[in-house]
Design a binder for this molecule. Structure first.
Ligand code: C5P
Length: 399
């Protein structure tokens, strides 16, 4: 089903529902808006009708609707999101009241339900509201915790609607999660590392981190717990993912090792610098003291170490090559005991580094290989996660 229902209630943050609609639409999901009567005091239904392309629903048994619209619509949606949700709607749902379209629809719908509360802090923290939330959680309703910050009442505190990105990301996870990823920790590394020469200069590379960030987002949507270990990049991390920021290859090594025991999968998509300066100065090197040569040494090979320490984890490596890509990648897969290697040919300008697109070969230890023809890094990450899911189901690997 490609349709979701979005319930909007009378919170000042109602305007953020526009972004929520847009973000779901970007994922090819149609949005049916359901408003409470009081929400129409803030915004006319026509606004949401125009944005969503479907008449916004307010009342039960409206002449313009199908005869029993709340039941018909309930069988058509894969998710009900209520954002923003007031204390009033939460209380009504917790006690099973059904006196308008939204509360009646909640009882009729069999899909997952996601609620994003928005209200004054005292109202949110009131034991009655908290008891209502607990009751709904016990019934399987998922909540997006409100954030702290300035509230419409002028006070600072908790109760501000979570960001549209966070709400939509969690919504997508509820629709797209797959049993094979449940309770699995997937560690993804992304971006470049920086190896210091002195406090202001470093050795690095052209990695943008886009591939790793897409992989982390995709793994989260499929229901995994995700830790994203990221070198310095300009990207916004996907909502719902735990982010560990690192600078050098040694920082990255330590961060990966910290999670390795609990991890089911490690995807090393980071472009870890292969070299570092043998001696990094604490003071900035002055122009007059320009060294005529600098000494380099190899950085620790994180993947190789993970291969040696492996106890059932699936290890996925990346290889960026400019010639004999597949043969060299196979050597790496063997040396580092990988279960899958993703090969980029970085001699091509329009794919790979810094680009939004990629074309990769996937190679497995049993000789199997598969080309993912040029497409977006988003699509490439979906294909890689599908293959990882299949590997778990079949438990094929290099263990
Ligand atoms: O040998 P090469 O550096 O080409 O291998 C690439 C793969 O190894 C990537 O998955 C990269 O994240 C990982 N790597 C690593 N530690 C390094 C260098 C690369 O884990 N020092």
């Amino acid at each position: 089903m490609n349709k979701i229902a979005l319930g909007v209630t009378s919170s000042i943050s109602i305007y953020k529902a526009a972004d929520i609609i847009r973000l779901f639409q970007k994922e090819d999901l149609a949005v049916q808006v359901i408003m409470t009567e009081r929400a129409t005091n803030f915004i006319q239904p026509e606004f949401f009708t125009a944005l969503s392309g479907q008449p916004a629903v307010v009342r039960l048994f409206d002449q313009k609707q199908r005869p029993i619209e709340h039941i018909t619509l309930a069988s058509e949606v894969s998710l009900l999101v209520i954002a923003p949700a007031t204390a009033n709607i939460i209380a009504k749902l917790a006690s099973g009241l059904a006196d308008d379209f939204l509360s009646t629809f909640y009882l009729a719908v069999k899909s997952p339900v996601l609620i994003a509360p928005a209200m004054n802090e005292a109202m949110f923290l009131h034991p009655q509201t908290q008891a209502n939330i607990k009751k709904l959680k016990d019934l399987g309703v998922v909540f997006v915790e409100p954030e702290s910050g300035y509230l419409a009442c002028g006070q600072k505190g908790s109760g501000r609607l979570a960001s549209p990105e966070k709400i939509v990301q969690l919504g997508l996870r509820l629709i797209r999660q797959q049993p094979v990823f449940k309770d699995k920790l997937i560690v993804v590394t992304a971006g470049p590392t920086r190896e210091a020469l002195d406090p202001v200069r470093f050795l690095s590379n052209r990695s943008s981190g886009k591939m790793g960030y897409e992989l982390a987002r995709e793994a989260y949507e499929r229901g995994a717990e995700v830790v994203l270990i990221s070198g310095p990049v300009e990207l916004r991390p996907p909502a719902g993912v735990k982010v560990e920021r690192v600078i050098s290859s040694e920082d990255m090594r330590q961060a990966v090792l910290k999670y390795y025991d609990q991890a089911s999968v490690v995807i090393m998509s980071a472009a870890v610098s292969d070299f570092r300066f043998s001696q990094a100065g604490r003071e900035k090197i002055k122009k007059e003291n320009l060294p005529s040569a600098v000494r380099l040494e190899k950085t620790p090979d994180i993947l190789e170490e993970l291969g040696r320490l492996k106890r059932g984890q699936l290890l996925v490596g990346f290889a960026a090559e400019t010639s004999e890509a597949k043969a060299r990648a196979r050597e790496k897969m063997e040396k580092k005991k990988l279960d899958l290697i993703v090969v980029n040919d970085v001699s091509q300008q329009d794919i790979g580094f810094e680009s939004d697109d990629n074309e990769v070969w996937l190679l497995w230890p049993d000789g199997r290989e598969r080309l993912i023809s040029k497409t977006t890094k988003r699509k490439v990450s979906q294909e890689i996660l599908t293959e990882i899911g299949a590997m778990f189901n079949g438990r094929k690997g290099n263990n």
